[in-house]
Design a protein around this ligand. Structure first.
Ligand code: ABU
Length: 371
């Protein structure tokens, strides 16, 4: 049955079919959280964020919200239904019997927390202590979907304990250096241990029957095994990108645009031995264009490769950040219509156009692209 804006239905099997309904995050009350092991391992060693924490300045929150609101309006004008989270008070500490941290993070990147697979939305375990309760920002929406769509499956992965045993102490040093980090990444030695299953939803890409999951700082092998057991009708593939000294979230590294075509970060190429399923099925993996910026904006966790963190609206149309002119040019050459979206001043709140959204409904069914 065709999608109707008057009826809530959760369904999305991949990253590219026509988008009808989406969640766009908010910058409300976003905090730079205090130091903690997994977060510190991700903050670049030369970053302006090191050593400071607290609520982000109000003028930056207002500016990010202005951009996110505009993005939501742009999507609505293209007939996409847009929902927004309800921010909790992120100044509250997170305390469990196992750990305490003095503040939370925010609700700008729903993609990190919510994984939509078919009729299911799964709350990820998360691996940062400050993000333990982040799912609460989305609970009013998930409650609504559950009440309005009888086929919707609201699932939550087991909450992790996040004791010190979850983190490799070698990563706690202030100065590690990129050479050492790259050596560790090649050995698949990451900040998170195999103490218990951990995953962030943004480490997962959906290709119909196949889920491709990045093993790195925010997702461990037990997390991937948990996903495999949770989705028994899917094939779950583990990938890693040894060129990335700070490997979190796959969506500034490997970006499917449509069946048969994936952009890959040229500094984080998928190793040859992991390309088999794509090559055998005629998929092309092309190097993404260079970012337009040499540095991320102030107080930003992410790399300049948010340039390729795009939101595909349908197999011929893609949202690209307005200042990312090289990425837009490449999309044009690849035959995609580009929708320019201004978002750079919101990057610091947790990412780009893919990060700041979570799918609720895309057309299409669960296809097998890698028979
Ligand atoms: N959340 C995506 C960030 C990835 C990166 O910093 O490149």
């Amino acid at each position: 049955m065709a999608w109707s804006p008057d009826k809530t239905e959760v369904k999305s099997w991949n990253e590219w079919d026509t988008l009808r309904h989406v969640i766009v995050g908010r910058a409300d009350d976003c905090h730079i959280p205090p130091e903690e092991p997994a977060l510190d391992a991700k903050v670049p060693e030369d970053s302006d964020m090191r050593g400071q924490w607290g609520r982000r300045p109000q003028e930056t929150i207002d500016r990010a919200n202005e951009l996110l609101d505009n993005f939501a309006d742009q999507l609505r004008k293209r007939s996409v239904r847009v929902d927004r989270p309800v921010s909790i008070d992120h100044s509250q500490p997170v305390a469990t019997p196992d750990f305490h941290t003095d503040s939370q993070f925010g609700c700008m990147p729903p993609r990190d927390v919510l994984l939509t697979v078919g009729h299911e939305m799964l709350e990820a375990t998360m691996s940062y202590r400050c993000r333990w309760f982040e799912y609460l920002n989305y609970r009013p929406l998930l409650k609504q979907y559950w009440e309005e769509d009888p086929n919707f499956r609201h699932e939550a992965a087991p909450k992790p304990r996040l004791t010190d045993a979850d983190y490799n102490p070698d990563y706690l040093s202030e100065k590690i250096g990129d050479a050492q980090r790259l050596e560790w990444a090649a050995e698949k030695f990451f900040v998170t241990t195999e103490e218990e299953p951990l995953f962030d939803a943004a480490d997962v890409l959906r290709f119909g029957k196949d889920l491709v999951v990045q093993h790195g700082f925010t997702t461990n092998l037990k997390g991937i095994e948990w996903l495999r057991r949770h989705f028994p009708d899917h094939r779950v593939h583990t990938v890693n990108f040894p060129g990335d000294p700070y490997p979190i979230h796959i969506d500034a590294t490997f970006t499917p645009l449509r069946p048969g075509l994936i952009l890959n970060n040229p500094q984080r190429r998928l190793p040859e031995e992991q390309r088999g399923m794509f090559e055998k099925n005629g998929w092309e993996i092309v190097d993404a264009a260079q970012p337009a910026h040499n540095t991320p904006p102030p107080l930003c966790y992410s790399s300049t490769w948010l340039s390729m963190n795009v939101l595909v609206l349908d197999p011929k149309t893609v949202c690209v950040e307005k200042s990312e002119v090289y990425q837009a040019e490449q999309m044009d050459e690849l035959g995609m219509e580009v929708v320019e979206v201004e978002l750079r001043d919101a990057y610091a709140f947790g990412g780009g156009l893919h990060c700041c959204t979570a799918d609720v409904y895309r057309d299409g069914d669960c296809e097998d692209y890698f028979p």
